[in-house]
Ligand binder design. Structure first.
Ligand code: ASP
Length: 313
């Protein structure tokens, strides 16, 4: 029986990490080992699928830039248009995996499965989790049930959709959570038809006790095209920020109120959004509202259109 062809895109991460010998705190360098030996270390992989692979990046995902998301998007689009390829698996560092997954979820068309995976232990760890995660990811990418779900993520035996995925633990193997069963996930691809280069800079500012307003001006004066505020509670804007945020508004810079907590931010709830000109994120967390705003601005959307979009994501 012929095996499905799955295309692997390797980007680095701990899954490709190598330990510093005898480092007392277990330090390692991410993104060292190339994709071929990573795949060769997975027992049973060849039985599941025929594989092709590209090493598109070799980095620690803390250093991932929006330009790298775009390279990944182009590589995915290329692979998915090949009639022979049944699905794509991306090997990625776990630190910013939720950002890449959300970016691709909004920019890839529905259809063939796209699955991200990573690992919490480096490739040379005696109990490395990478091989089992790769096996699971390739298996998932071959399943008809994984089609039309948008970007899926599998780690530590669990499957997540991109919308609510969050890395919540810094070190344990079960580092990711989501609130949606993967089989209820739906493809989005809202920006799949757009030519998006280049993505504008959007900054996230945290609201915390004593956060100085000069941070708002610093972002705007150094070239941010949009701001996402990761605010306390229901998106409470510090009084001391209001003048600086008004300056941003007067320059036409969109400002999104989002929350540090989970849950929904009602529009005009605890701020006069219409009067102050704020956009509201609904229940999108700051990291994901930022990516949505970058894409919306790159697609040439105006603020009313962006506000209409946010609650639908
Ligand atoms: N720092 C690593 C990375 O994101 C962590 C990991 O992959 O688990 O590349």
């Amino acid at each position: 029986m012929s095996r499905p062809l799955i295309h692997i895109l390797a980007t680095g991460g701990t899954i490709a990490g190598v330990s510093h010998t005898d480092h007392p705190a277990g330090r390692y360098t991410a993104g060292v080992r190339p994709v071929a030996p990573l795949l060769a270390a997975v027992p049973g992989l060849d039985d599941l699928a025929e594989l092709s692979a590209d090493q598109i990046l070799s980095l620690d995902s803390k250093d991932m830039r929006p330009a790298d998301w775009q390279s990944m998007l182009s590589a995915c689009r290329r692979a998915l248009t090949s009639p022979a390829v049944e699905g794509v698996v991306i090997l990625h560092g776990t630190d910013t995996l939720e950002e890449t997954a959300w970016f691709l979820h909004l920019t890839l068309p529905a259809g063939k499965p796209v699955v991200l995976t990573g690992a919490m232990r480096p490739a040379d760890h005696p109990e490395a989790d990478g091989p089992a995660n790769i096996l699971d990811a390739v298996r998932l990418a071959t399943l008809p049930e994984a089609r039309d779900k948008g970007v899926l993520i599998t780690l530590n035996g669990r499957i997540h959709g991109a919308r609510s995925l969050r890395k919540y633990h810094a070190s344990q193997l079960d580092a990711f959570s989501s609130t949606q069963y993967w089989n209820l996930a739906r493809a989005d691809g809202r920006f799949a038809a757009h030519d998006l280069a280049p993505l504008p800079r959007v900054d996230i500012l945290a609201g915390y006790a004593g956060a100085p307003a000069c941070l708002v001006d610093a972002c705007i004066n150094s070239g941010a095209r949009g701001l996402v505020l990761a605010l306390a509670g229901q998106g409470s804007v510090p009084e001391s920020w209001r003048a600086a945020l008004a300056r941003a508004r007067d320059k036409g810079i969109p400002v999104i109120r989002a929350s540090r907590c989970s849950g929904h931010i009602p529009r005009n709830g605890n701020a006069d959004d219409d009067g102050e000109g704020y956009l509201t994120a609904g229940d999108l967390p700051p990291l994901k509202a930022r990516i949505a705003l970058m894409l919306a601005l790159a697609a040439g959307m105006e603020q009313p259109e962006i506000q209409a979009l946010l609650p639908t994501l």
